[in-house]
Design a binder for this molecule. Structure first.
Ligand SMILES: C[S@@+](CC[C@H](N)C(=O)[O-])C[C@H]1O[C@@H](n2cnc3c(N)ncnc32)[C@H](O)[C@@H]1O
Length: 422
């Protein structure tokens, strides 16, 4: 057997050492052989030795610029390393050489998306679809791109196409449910969420939204739903909520407090602290501020702001049940809109409240007790909060009506509360 054949066999059998020695020996004799350079690059690539692989794939394309697979693999490596400009160059070369390579086109689309070149990404997906009409991944990704571009009609069209080809495409169904709901097509949203739940009984987002759209009031939104919503919203949270939706609840709560009380709080607990907007508003009034939230991505954005002595990834009730400390101030800004029945939280806050502690929070309004609105958020009636305050051992010090944030251009009415312990 020739050295080439022996080396290829070692390579195929996964004998890295033997294959490496073989390629190196042959390259010593023929240093400009692009095939050997490519095979050695591939060997390194398969071993995860990406720097060596990059070197040898680059050498391959220097010696044989038409070697499309080497360009393609360089694209894969650059993409994995986060060097999207170089990845785009490599994939473009691969697709120029092999215009029918659907994988390269697909990867180029993902790369343009990373580079925020949405039109180019769309053009690549169109090419994939021209090559293989009905390609589910391309259809689905077109839907996602249009959703990100805030073009719901086009996005819906592509998600609908996706499920025509694969009725069980859970992510497309999830997106469709969300978009139908947002576009006011409640019946279609309900049917879509029902399909999703039939496919996946753990589809918490669908379960919660189905309850909301069907007028059913549950006790609380599931933890997994909250985590999903805020993990995916976290990157846009500060900008969206403050700049676009007019959210100023933390500042309003602070104003309510400081207009009546002139004191500092040795320990404060920010429940559902999110990215730290409420922490920012109250930090200078507290000595030790603790934050907790269900969403790791919201917490990751709060941490570098250095507002909190500790951040805990947990839900409010578990934290309060496990905690042995007491607090002088409790905050929950725009958090109770995700929890309907507040009786357990009120009882636990009261248990962990220091003498003279204050409890500040906001709610959206509803006419009686609490209800899950069709937005997926809960409203609480003032009478419900007053009753609960009384039975849990709080005094209502202040209730102020406030605009909580905008929804489709309209203010959502709510209340700000300041409770004390008695
Ligand atoms: C609308 S954001 C408000 C964040 C922050 N308080 C502010 O004013 O910007 C709601 C936050 O509450 C968190 N959250 C909702 N329910 C929770 C629960 N039961 N336990 C812990 N965190 C919760 C969410 O993860 C989210 O970060």
């Amino acid at each position: 057997m020739t050295l080439f054949n022996q080396t290829r066999q070692s390579h195929q059998n996964g004998d890295f050492k033997q294959a490496l020695a073989g390629y190196q020996d042959m390259l010593a004799a023929e240093p400009d052989n692009p095939q050997l350079c490519y095979l050695l690059a591939l060997l390194y690539f398969e071993q995860g030795q990406l720097d060596d692989a990059t070197h040898w794939f680059s050498r391959t394309v220097t010696l044989a610029p038409e070697a499309a697979p080497a360009h393609y693999n360089l694209g894969v490596i650059f993409f994995e390393q986060g060097d999207y400009s170089k990845a785009a160059q490599a994939y473009e070369e691969a697709t120029r050489l092999c215009p029918d390579d659907g994988d390269a086109l697909f990867n180029l689309a993902l790369t343009w998306k990373k580079l925020q070149q949405v039109d180019r990404a769309l053009a690549c997906y169109q090419q994939v679809l021209a090559l293989s009409p009905g390609d589910q991944d391309a259809l689905y990704n077109m839907g996602v791109l249009y959703k990100d571009m805030n073009q719901p009609a086009d996005s819906i069209r592509f998600f609908e196409e996706t499920i025509k080809n694969n009725a069980d495409h859970a992510q497309a169904l999830n997106n469709l449910g969300y978009l139908y709901h947002r576009e006011g097509e409640s019946d279609k949203a309900i049917t879509t969420y029902k399909k999703l739940i039939a496919l996946d009984h753990n589809a918490t987002m669908a379960g919660h939204m189905l309850a909301a759209l069907s007028g059913e009031t549950t006790a609380t939104a599931p933890d997994a739903y909250i985590r999903d919503v805020f993990d995916s919203f976290s990157d846009h949270y500060d900008d969206s909520l403050v700049a676009k939706l007019g959210y100023t609840t933390p500042a309003l709560l602070r104003e309510m407090l400081t207009s009546q009380e002139n004191r500092r709080f040795p320990t404060a607990l920010d429940m559902g602290c999110g990215t730290g907007l409420s922490g920012e508003a109250f930090q200078d009034l507290t000595d030790t501020l603790i934050g907790l939230d269900l969403s790791p991505k919201m917490l990751a954005l709060a941490a570098p702001k250095n507002l909190y002595a500790h951040l805990h990834e947990t839900d409010i009730c578990s934290f309060l049940q496990d905690c042995r400390d007491s607090f002088d101030l409790f905050l929950a800004a725009d958090v109770f809109v995700y929890i309907g029945d507040l009786s357990e939280i009120f009882a636990l806050v009261r248990e962990r409240a220091a003498p003279d502690a204050l409890f500040l929070f906001s709610t959206e309004l509803t006419s009686q007790d609490f209800c899950l609105k069709n937005t997926g958020r809960y409203g609480h009636a003032e009478s419900y909060i007053r009753n609960l305050a009384q039975v849990s051992g709080f005094t209502v010090i202040n209730v102020t009506a406030a605009n909580i944030r905008k929804e489709k251009g309209e203010w959502i009415p709510g209340n700000l509360y300041m409770l004390g312990v008695h």
